[in-house]
Design a protein around this ligand. Structure first.
Ligand code: NAP
Length: 315
C-alpha cells in the first residue's frame, strides 16, 4: 500500500467544520489536504434552504453554501482527495491515517467527520427526505411549517427539544414515541408533555410516511404497539429525532470518545484532543448545538490550534 509525502495538515471531512478549517489553514499557507468521504459537503447538502447561517438574509441553498465554502477553500490552496479512512495510528510522528487504498502521513490532523442522523427506515422516509417534508432538523426547517401540523418521532432530549422548538411555528406537534414515557431529561420531558401545542402519541411506532406519489408529505402512518391498531396523523412535516451516530469509529481507538461515540476533547478546550497536533471539530465532537455555524466555529478554532502547533513544532 502506498504512502504519501508528509502533509502539514490533513483535514478529514468536508462539512462546515472541515471546510472552514481548510479556509483558515489554507490562508495560513499550510496547503491543507482535505479527505472527502461518501457525502461531500456533509449534512447541509441534504438540506434545501438554510436561513440561519449569518450573512445570508435571503437564506441560501444548503448545497450552494457548501459549494461556496469549497470554492473559498480551494482559492487558498486546499487540495481535495477522495479516500475512506479505516483506522489511524497517532502513536508516533508523523501521524498515520490509514485509508482503504493508501496511508496518508501528516504532522497535524483535524477530524471533522460529522454525525449521521439515525433514520427509522420506514417506507416513504427516504423518498420524502430533504425539502419534501421529512427532515432531521427543526432548527433548520421548522419555519417552513407555519400553521401546519407536524410529527416528531422519538422520545429523547432531541425529540423533546425539536417538538418544543416547532411549537413556535406549527399549529400542532405530535410527539410520536414507541413507549409510554420519554427518555428525555425530566425538565425537557415535563416541558414537552405539558405544552398546549404538543400532543404525545404514546406506545406508537411509525409505519410509513405518506405522500410519496405527490412528492410531499401528507401524513404519518403509525401503529399502536399495545393494541396493534394503525392510524394516520395528517401532518405536512415529519421530524425524525431518534438520535445521531457520530462518524468517529476509525478514530475511536486512538482518541477519547464518550458513551455515545462522540469525541471527548481535552479538558479546557473544545477542539484539542489528548494527542498533540490532533484536533476535532463539528458534529463529531458536539451533540449539543449541532449547527452549521457552530461547526464552522469549531473548524476555525481547530485550524488556529493546528497552525500554532505547527509553528511551535516546525511546519
Ligand atoms: P437518544 O437519547 O438516544 O434518544 C433517542 C430516542 O429515539 C429514544 O427515545 C428512542 O426510544 C427513540 N428511538 C430510537 N430508535 C428508534 C426507532 N427506530 N423508532 C422509533 N424510536 C426510536 O438520542 P437524542 O435524543 O438525540 O440524545 C442523544 C444525547 O444527546 C443524549 O445524551 C441527550 O441527553 C443529549 N442531548 C441533550 C440535549 C440537551 O441537553 N438540550 C439536547 C439533545 C440531545 P427509547 O426511549 O424507547 O429507546
Amino acid at each position: 500500500m502506498s504512502t504519501s509525502p508528509v502533509e502539514n495538515v490533513v483535514i478529514v471531512g468536508t462539512g462546515c467544520a472541515g471546510l472552514t478549517a481548510a479556509i483558515y489553514t489554507g490562508r495560513a499557507n499550510l496547503k491543507p489536504l482535505v479527505i472527502e468521504g461518501s457525502l461531500p459537503g456533509g449534512q447541509l447538502t441534504t438540506t434545501s434552504e438554510v436561513e440561519n447561517f449569518p450573512g445570508f438574509p435571503q437564506g441560501i441553498d444548503g448545497f450552494q453554501l457548501m459549494t461556496n465554502l469549497r470554492e473559498q477553500a480551494t482559492k487558498f490552496g486546499t487540495r481535495f482527495e477522495q479516500a475512506f479512512v479505516t483506522s489511524v495510528d497517532f502513536t508516533a510522528m508523523p501521524r498515520r491515517i490509514v485509508c482503504s487504498d493508501r496511508t496518508i502521513l501528516a504532522k497535524s490532523v483535524i477530524i471533522a467527520t460529522g454525525a449521521s442522523p439515525r433514520m427509522t427506515g420506514i417506507p416513504g422516509e427516504k423518498e420524502l427526505y430533504g425539502g419534501k417534508g421529512v427532515t432531521t432538523c427543526a432548527t433548520c426547517d421548522g419555519a417552513f411549517y407555519r400553521k401546519m401540523d407536524v410529527a416528531v418521532i422519538g422520545g429523547g432530549d432531541s425529540a423533546a427539544e425539536e417538538a418544543l422548538f416547532l411549537t413556535r411555528f406549527a399549529s400542532r406537534v405530535y410527539l410520536v414515541h414507541r413507549r409510554d414515557a420519554l427518555r428525555a431529561s425530566k425538565i425537557m420531558a415535563e416541558r414537552a408533555t405539558t405544552h398546549e401545542k404538543i400532543t404525545c402519541v404514546w406506545d406508537s411506532v411509525p409505519v410509513a410516511v405518506e405522500g410519496v406519489d405527490a412528492g410531499a408529505v401528507s401524513g404519518l402512518r403509525i401503529k399502536n404497539v399495545k393494541t396493534g391498531v394503525e392510524s394516520t396523523l395528517a401532518v405536512k412535516g415529519v421530524f425524525v429525532a431518534i438520535g445521531h451516530m457520530p462518524n468517529t469509529a476509525p478514530f475511536a481507538a486512538a482518541l477519547d470518545v464518550d458513551e455515545n461515540g462522540y469525541f471527548k476533547p481535552a479538558a479546557g478546550s473544545q477542539v484539542r484532543t489528548k494527542v498533540p497536533g490532533v484536533y476535532v471539530a463539528g458534529d463529531c465532537a458536539d451533540h449539543v448545538y449541532r449547527q452549521a455555524i457552530t461547526a464552522a466555529g469549531m473548524g476555525c478554532a481547530a485550524a488556529i490550534e493546528a497552525e500554532r502547533w505547527l509553528a511551535e513544532h516546525g511546519a
